[in-house]
Write a protein that binds this ligand. Structure first.
Ligand code: ATP
Ligand code: MG
Length: 236
């Protein structure tokens, strides 16, 4: 069946409408999932294990095809995973970022783009550093530098601080918050977390339950309703 195009919402960073996803096993991970991100900023999703958060990010990133429903994705997106070792591929910081650069740049432009990406995550001078010598927090910031180098405007962050200590967690939060609130070309970030204290950094937060995203709420409102998190699986 051909579906009618979504009405244009020109300022929205993302529109998700009646999205559904069923794994080949028959398990439905997302069900009637509708929400939109109205514009740039740091937007957070919280939800219990198995509620469908990672599946949702993969659908938004285009790594999975929806079983039902529609997505309007006006911005180029990039995923940042919980474990940076799962996405850093090459031995040095500079060579890894090179992988993310858009095509068509000459050697000097590539060099500048790498330096700029490193500088914007606080890793100036790290171009030749072997990745295995970085701390966990530095690796996560390098993964974010790769996302920036790809010229993504929508960052999809799947529990990016889950493996970090408190100091590195704060550095990553501050970095993403700054990128999303800067005056020139602020980015949009969709950030998944289980750490409720992180909600204080967001523009708004929503609860993922049984494969669907609830309404945006003020961080303090959602936080007070969620302690402890309940598991929330999608119905089969
Ligand atoms: N590759 C897969 N094949 C089949 N089912 C899967 C697959 N990946 C995830 N699922 C199922 O889809 C549902 C949603 O999983 P998902 O990973 O999206 O949850 P989540 O909210 O990210 O959980 P967590 O907080 O533990 O990361 C779960 O029931 C999970 O078992
Ligand atoms: Mg997950």
């Amino acid at each position: 069946m051909t579906e009618a195009p979504l009405p244009e919402r020109p300022q929205a960073s993302l529109v998700v409408e009646q999205l559904g996803f069923t794994w080949p096993s028959g398990h439905t991970a997302l069900n009637h999932c509708s929400f939109s991100i109205p514009g740039p900023g740091l937007w957070m999703l919280v939800g219990g294990n198995g509620s469908g958060k990672s599946t949702l990010l993969r659908l938004i990133a285009g790594l999975l095809e929806p079983s039902r429903g529609r997505l309007q994705r006006p911005l180029k997106s990039a995923l940042v995973f919980q474990n940076p070792d799962h996405q850093l591929l090459l031995p040095s910081c500079g060579s890894d970022i090179q992988l993310s650069l858009p095509a068509g740049l000459n050697t000097q432009q590539r060099r500048t783009a790498v330096e700029d990406a490193l500088a914007s995550v606080g890793l100036s001078g790290f171009r030749q550093r072997p990745i295995h010598t970085l701390s966990g927090g530095q690796k996560q910031r390098l993964a974010i530098a790769g996302a920036l180098a790809s010229q993504a405007r929508l960052l999809l962050l799947d529990e990016p601080t889950a493996l970090l200590d408190e100091t590195s967690q704060r550095e990553v939060l501050e970095l993403i918050h700054a990128l999303c609130t800067r005056t020139q070309e602020p980015l949009t970030a969709l950030w998944i977390t289980h750490r409720l204290e992180e909600l204080e950094w967001c523009a708004a937060a929503a609860l993922v339950e049984r494969g669907s995203v609830g309404p945006w709420q003020r961080a303090s409102t959602l936080r007070s309703r969620l302690n402890p998190l309940r598991p929330g699986r999608a119905e089969r």
